[in-house]
Design a protein around this ligand. Structure first.
Ligand code: G3P
Ligand code: MG
Length: 250
């Protein structure tokens, strides 16, 4: 039987500052099969790894990412806002917003998947698809890279630019003809909100090998998705999901 993969959501977001190299390192140490990261473009066109369009929630900066050059963003702390996390340590303040290149450099020794989510539905980042593909071609050819987005035009463009790209359509609401869309657009997989899948599990069984489900965090949710043999579980608590998967084997 195919093994469900465990992907760390923004690294190990439940315990470490999201989308930082520290968070990715910790998820790798825990043994993840893949990482999910979010990307935006700076004013000077660099691909940076951060979740929101604004700097305010996760850094000590303020304003839209697209209004700052990389050099300015690099001066900010991406760890100092996370004092409420149980494991918080003062050295987290030194974490910065990573570039996509830095993530690939960190991942170089490890054979794990990388899911790059393009945050393109609110801000129009000119040629972000081309820039991301260029970085992947430079650094990431030997690993499985999956591109996802809530913004369908970005995914269609990625596929036009690189017919071999693994594309995953991100969905927050149910739709009746998903498999047809997926096949028609030549997309590899669907990334679906766990509430949609878990509220009607029998509906999704036939697609389970194609779906990665986010963001499943509780033991119960993770167990249910493991029972369904979904392709992958994207979780803030990869350690928990990995240990539940291991328990099932014994
Ligand atoms: O890629 C799955 C998930 O990350 C999508 O939602 O808001 O956490 O990026 P969000
Ligand atoms: Mg995401």
């Amino acid at each position: 039987m195919r093994k469900t993969k465990i992907y760390g959501h923004r690294g190990s977001k439940g315990s470490f500052p999201e989308n930082t190299l520290l968070s990715f390192e910790q998820a790798i140490k825990q043994g993840v099969d893949g990482l999910e990261i979010d990307v935006h473009l700076t004013k000077d066109g660099e691909v940076v790894v951060i979740h929101d369009e604004f700097l305010d929630r996760t850094t000590n900066g303020s304003g839209l990412i697209k209004e700052y050059d990389l050099k300015e963003i690099k001066k900010l702390s991406a760890g100092s806002k996370f004092t409420e996390l149980e494991l918080y340590e003062p050295h987290w303040q030194q974490e910065t917003v990573p570039t996509l290149q830095e993530v690939f450099q960190l991942l170089a020794p490890y054979n794990i998947d990388l899911n790059i989510e393009l945050k393109t539905y609110l801000v129009n980042y000119e040629e972000i698809e081309e820039k991301v593909l260029a970085i992947v071609n430079q650094f990431g050819n030997s690993r499985k890279v999956i591109y996802s987005s809530f913004h369908l035009p970005s995914l269609i463009k990625l596929k036009q630019l690189d017919a071999s790209a693994n594309i995953a359509w991100l969905l927050n609401q149910p739709d009746t003809h998903l498999k047809e869309y997926m096949d028609g657009l030549n997309f590899e997989s669907l990334h679906i909100n766990k509430d949609i899948v878990l509220s009607d599990r029998s509906h999704w069984t036939h697609l389970s090998s194609h779906i990665r489900v986010w963001t499943a965090n509780s033991r119960e949710e993770i167990q249910q998705l493991l029972e369904m043999s979904v392709n992958s579980i994207i979780t803030d608590y990869p350690e928990r999901a990995l240990s539940l998967r291991n328990e099932r084997k014994t």
